[in-house]
Design a binder for this molecule. Structure first.
Ligand code: PGA
Length: 247
């Protein structure tokens, strides 16, 4: 059975260590299906706590990475720090960072380079802002700029999450058909930039209002390798159902 990725993006939640511990322990309540790579992405401040509470087979992701290696960068966290605390993955280019914080494709490109250099697996989030946007133009432009100057020999650990911004946190998910055609478009762009074989093997996930009810419709598609889950990952019961439906 093909491997599927389920990523819990806690965003800027929860507000206390007690609640973070409760969430992690809740996830452990259910045996993990064999084909699932489960990844928890808490805020930086809970990375250590989550890592200490997790079983080995569940992986840790950061939600952001500083592009510099060390030094005078107040408020930033380096790839080496993330690696040393036990992260295997890092989310880069999430739309909330692109549109609310003002991260540009140039910054995202530097962050991807930093992640590859430190041996982290980057989960690059891309997607159009409005339903009516020219998705071909937007995905082409984001992917080409974000991966600019990154060689095929370095890119092996990349994961791409297709996240239409209009579907994030709105309760209105994409349709499984449209998400699949967007995933195919992403593979086509990657195939042109790198190699067709790499594009076929590249894990492409869907994110945007994934719930226990609709998760299987996305994750069940052969061209979609999993889901990036936001708000539903903060509800243990619902998140466990999502994991189960992907197994
Ligand atoms: P959502 O968030 O599931 O709450 O829509 C998804 C994401 O932002 O990754």
């Amino acid at each position: 059975m093909a491997k599927k990725y389920i990523i819990a993006n806690w965003k800027m939640n929860p507000s206390s260590q007690e609640e973070a511990t409760r969430l992690v322990k809740g996830v452990l309540a259910q045996a993990l299906p064999k084909n699932i790579e489960l990844i928890i992405a808490p805020p930086f401040i809970y990375l250590d706590l989550v890592k200490k509470n997790l079983k080995k087979e569940i992986k840790l992701a950061a939600q952001n990475i500083g592009w510099a290696e060390r030094g005078a960068f107040t408020g930033e966290v380096s790839g080496l720090m993330l690696k040393n605390i036990g992260c295997d993955y890092v989310i880069i280019g999430h739309s909330e960072r692109r549109h609310k914080i003002g991260e540009t494709d140039e910054m995202i490109n530097l962050k991807l380079k930093a992640a590859f250099k430190t041996g982290l697996n980057p989960i690059l989030a891309v997607g159009e802002k409005e339903c009516s946007d020219d998705i071909i133009q937007i995905l082409n432009s984001q992917i080409k700029s974000d991966l600019n100057g990154i060689d095929v020999s370095e890119i092996g650990r990349l994961i791409i999450a297709y996240e239409p911004v209009w579907a994030i946190g709105t309760g209105v998910s994409d349709t499984p058909d449209h998400a699949l055609s967007s995933a195919l478009l992403i593979r086509k762009i990657i195939g042109n930039l790198y190699t067709p074989d790499f594009a076929v093997d590249l894990p492409v996930l869907y994110g945007g209002s994934v719930t226990a009810e609709n998760a299987a419709d996305f994750i069940g598609q052969t061209g979609i390798n999993g889901a990036l889950v936001g708000s539903a990952s903060l509800n243990i019961e619902e998140f466990l159902k999502i994991i189960k439906s992907a197994g």
